[in-house]
Design a protein around this ligand. Structure first.
Ligand code: Z5A
Length: 213
């Protein structure tokens, strides 16, 4: 029996790094590597990757409105969910998602200020009531995350936003985790890598994920 596990958090929080930790954990529990899929959002299918390019383009000649940004996020997510995630989990595979729906609540809701009832309405059309089995929020001070992201190189359309934008996003992730402690867990991503790995492993051990497979 498969599962859908999602990493969330701000820039430079170490989500990509955490994906590898989860993969290694599942393999250590006997899950075959071909039964583990990694996805990223926006993206993850041919069409969704084309949408990602539009969404991340820095200094586009035509400014994307917040409403268009929201709709494009969900267009990409609808492709990924219906073409990849639902079929994979139905076949007993494990899907590790680098971002998913909580990012929209945080970035387009808290960050851009779009009303939640509008986001809920679009989500309903795009993915219905699909929810990850487990979400891990990689929590880091926005300043520290931005430093890591900057060290990595060129910044995209989101990463050039001001620090207040990222503070609202961080608070939103933490508030959502507090509202749903059963399915959204928080890791202190400001720790060194070994402690981060241990925290993620502890969460996986204490969730039902470790008995799956
Ligand atoms: N977005 C949205 O607005 N709405 C949505 O619904 C969705 C997304 C789904 C996707 O960009 C953008 O889309 C994103 C939100 C928006 N905004 N931005 N930017 P992306 O996928 O390209 O970027 P990202 O998701 O923010 O990923 P990231 O910046 O690459 O961060 P990360 O994956 O969390 O970090 P990382 O690559 O694993 O690590 C960053 C660096 O830190 C790297 O050099 C690591 O070696 C280092 N690192 C990691 N962990 C540690 C520790 N513990 N100590 C020290 N150094 C570390």
């Amino acid at each position: 029996m498969g599962a859908f596990i999602v990493l969330e958090g701000g820039e430079g929080a170490g989500k990509s790094t955490a994906v590898a930790v989860i993969r290694d954990y599942l393999i250590s529990k006997g899950v075959a590597s071909e039964d583990i899929l990694e996805t990223r959002e926006p993206g993850g299918t041919e069409i969704a990757e084309k949408i990602r390019t539009i969404l991340k383009e820095k200094n586009p000649r035509e400014q994307l409105t917040s409403e268009a940004e929201l709709l494009l996020m969900y267009a990409a997510r609808a492709q990924l969910v219906h073409r990849v995630i639902i079929p994979a989990v139905a076949q007993g595979k494990f899907v590790i998602g680098d971002r998913h729906d909580l990012s929209t609540v945080a970035y387009q809701g808290a960050g851009r200020g779009l009303p939640m009832d509008k986001i809920d309405a679009v989500r309903d059309i795009a993915i219905g009531n699909l929810k990850p089995d487990l979400t891990i929020v990689m929590d880091i001070e926005p300043e520290a995350g931005m430093r890591r992201a900057r060290n990595r190189g060129d910044l995209d359309r989101f990463e050039v936003e001001n620090i207040e934008f990222f503070r609202r996003i961080r608070n939103c992730f933490l508030n959502e985790a507090a509202r749903h402690p059963d399915r959204i867990k928080v890791v202190d991503a400001g720790q060194d890598l070994e402690h981060v790995k241990q925290s993620i492993t502890d969460i996986l051990e204490s969730s039902c994920i470790c008995t799956a497979g």
